[in-house]
Design a protein around this ligand. Structure first.
Ligand SMILES: *Cc1c(COP(=O)(O)O)cnc(C)c1O
Length: 355
């Protein structure tokens, strides 16, 4: 038997909780904000044809130039303003590795996407936590207080996960004006919202906007995300990310998907309409509901315990996200907009549980 000691993880890693999102086997899964429907059959056929010609024995295009060019065309910028990676989480990680690290810090305004602070900590970057108002809005006095600590990166998320709230343009502009470093606006749900911070990106503004294929493009399985920002940011990130990190299949999938932009926009429009129906139906129940600019809705049972409601929904084979024990979100649950049938199953189960 070996007498060798097990090496311990880094102290700060040993203290971490890791990222948890239970994958429970249920009939109706409305917990991770994926698209309820797959991409079009024509996309799958077109991708299969491309994969037939794939040069499997060679490394992929390291710069992913065709993919970045196609993404750039979608947003009216050149490939030099696009950085693509394995999910927007890898984009966020590369940002932290490049501009964060030991002795540096990021600012987040809670409650927000848990991975912003989690990824920062994993990369050894300090986290400065700001608070939102009771209505989950940003308050500029609080922004000033937090930014006075001099974070190298300031994270915003619009629409914000898990609240669904869209940051107004004036607020994003004010944060960009005040931030001492780079501002990252996470727009994983950007296409569901009435405006995009992509409008504010230019060479002289220290702002990047991240997007993902995981939600609106119905491609969570592919792991592809990107940012649009100034070239100097993209150049710095390219030095840090692993060579050939983005495999040829993912690059092809991302390129081919963009030929089906109209179909994506049609799915988004349908989900936005369905969001209106679901929010209105929730409004008739004994729950508080927050207005959402995303493909999910945050709500809180008024006279029942949130965690108990979550379990009773699981018992009825409906899975939503349980935020009930998260700081600042006591008793809250978050439901992803599904198909009409899935949403009806959720609403029926919730009505039953609350009665
Ligand atoms: C879902 C989500 C992402 C997506 O991450 P991927 O790695 O691209 O799947 C990023 N940011 C937010 C706020 C999200 O909710």
């Amino acid at each position: 038997m070996s007498t060798k000691q097990r090496i311990a993880p880094r102290d700060d890693v040993a203290l971490m909780e890791g990222y948890h999102s239970p994958q429970v086997d249920v009939a109706v899964r409305l917990n991770t904000n994926e698209s309820p429907v797959p991409p079009p059959a024509a996309f799958k056929a077109a991708l299969a044809a491309e994969l037939d010609d794939l040069t499997w024995h060679r490394y992929p295009d390291r710069a992913a130039l065709d993919l970045r060019t196609a993404i750039g065309e979608l947003h009216g910028v050149g490939p030099e303003q696009v950085f693509a990676a394995n999910g927007s989480n890898e984009v966020l990680q590369t940002l932290c590795l490049t501009f964060g690290g030991h002795g540096r810090s990021v600012a987040v305004f809670e409650p927000t996407y848990a991975l912003h602070s989690h990824i920062a900590r994993i990369t050894g970057t300090g986290v400065i936590e700001g608070e939102r108002t009771d209505a989950f809005a940003l308050d500029l006095d609080e922004v000033d207080r937090v930014l006075a600590s001099g974070p190298e990166i300031t994270f915003l998320c619009s629409p914000n996960n898990p609240t669904g709230l869209v940051e107004p343009r004036e607020v994003v502009e004010a944060v960009v004006d005040r931030a001492p470093g780079l501002v990252v606006v996470d727009e994983a749900y950007g296409q569901f919202a009435p405006w995009s911070a992509l409008e504010l990106v230019d060479e002289d503004t220290p702002l990047v906007v991240t997007r993902t294929y995981s939600k609106t493009w119905s491609m969570a399985a592919a792991r592809l995300g990107y940012l649009v920002g100034p070239r100097w940011v993209v150049d710095a990130l390219e030095k840090v990310v692993l060579p050939y990190h983005l495999d040829a299949v993912t690059q092809a999938a991302g390129r081919v998907a963009l030929r089906f932009t109209d179909e994506m926009e049609a799915r988004v429009a349908e989900l936005v309409e369905e969001r209106g129906r679901l929010s209105a139906a929730l409004g008739d129940l004994d729950v508080d509901v927050w207005p959402s600019g995303a493909n999910f809705v945050l709500f809180r049972p008024r006279s029942a315990d949130g965690a108990a409601v979550w379990q009773q929904l699981v018992d009825r084979s409906v899975l939503v996200r349980n935020c009930a024990s998260w700081p600042r979100l006591e008793g809250c649950l978050r439901v992803t907009i599904g198909t009409r049938d899935e949403d009806d199953a959720f609403l029926g189960a919730l009505e039953e549980v609350l009665s």
